[in-house]
Ligand binder design. Sequence first.
Ligand SMILES: Nc1ncnc2c1ncn2[C@@H]1O[C@H](COP(=O)(O)OP(=O)(O)OP(=O)(O)O)[C@@H](O)[C@H]1O
Length: 316
Amino acid sequence: MAALIEADGLRKTFGAITAVDGISLSVKKGEVLGFLGPNGAGKSTTMKMIAGFLEPDAGTARICDFDVQATPKAAKTRLGYLPEGAPAYGDMTPTTFLAFIAEIRGYRGADVDTRVAAAIGRAGLGGVVDQRIETLSKGYKRRVGIAQAILHDPPVLIMDEPTDGLDPNQKHHVRELIREMAATKAIIVSTHILEEVEAVCTRAVIINKGRIIADGTAESLLGRAASHGAVAIKVAETDAERIANAVQNLPEVAAVETAGKTGGLIQLRALPKNGSTPAKAIGELLAREQLPYQELFVERAKLDDVFRDITTSTQA
Ligand SMILES: Nc1ncnc2c1ncn2[C@@H]1O[C@H](COP(=O)(O)OP(=O)(O)OP(=O)(O)O)[C@@H](O)[C@H]1O
């Protein structure tokens, strides 16, 4: 299936700063791409170029096969874009603002009311529809932005930190909304919240200094952390050395370290060798050799660790 979002060799400099340095990516229908990177990595600049709101110095972006620079109208008809920050037109209410956007989008008469009502419902704006936007809380302003992005039910959504400023319930609501919409759309979501990637994204791209440094599912990125799949084994202090030596000899194990000591028990930690998963081999070894242990569990890395590992190791 053809990708609905395609970026090819995007590049943008601001004076001496190279904000985006050759980014290419594609997103298909059904995919929610999490766009991650440290502050200043170039996420917003990339998203603006893909959305056609900023002209690249080099490279192209296409929405549903329409080049965003050469055929902006056709591309923007198929796109919903949530920029960073709050919507403009603070003196309008959500209702008048969304009606205004609907008219810009070409809707007239009853269609305007239908579109506005649907967007208000989906974005959860019910209680504040007649309040001036500038008087709304940060979270509600964000929801107004989300409502304008989804108003015309576009096949492509590009959202710059959609949950920024929302409380935990609102975050949950927006993630549900993204999940609901995911099957029929291609979506890019930038975020600093790594649990959001695991909650809603089918794939994650990590950028640093304007370049892509990782691309894969959350699970495959987790596999890059040294601690992912490590096995913790709690054993009696008197058995620790014997068990550590036996486990250390397994081909799946890179090293065994002592992770803690309490009340005569030692927690050993077997680190996997080259992305292997040693849990099964360790379980079999302990059973075969009748080595006594109190507890055994497999550790799961956090996406935060992977993010820190790969963004700090690529710092120049
Ligand atoms: N209009 C501009 N003029 C000058 N420099 C800019 C402009 N827009 C972005 N930059 C610079 O480009 C780099 C990338 O910025 P960008 O906003 O794309 O990063 P980001 O990954 O979205 O960061 P954050 O997570 O902090 O929002 C930064 O160094 C930023 O200061």
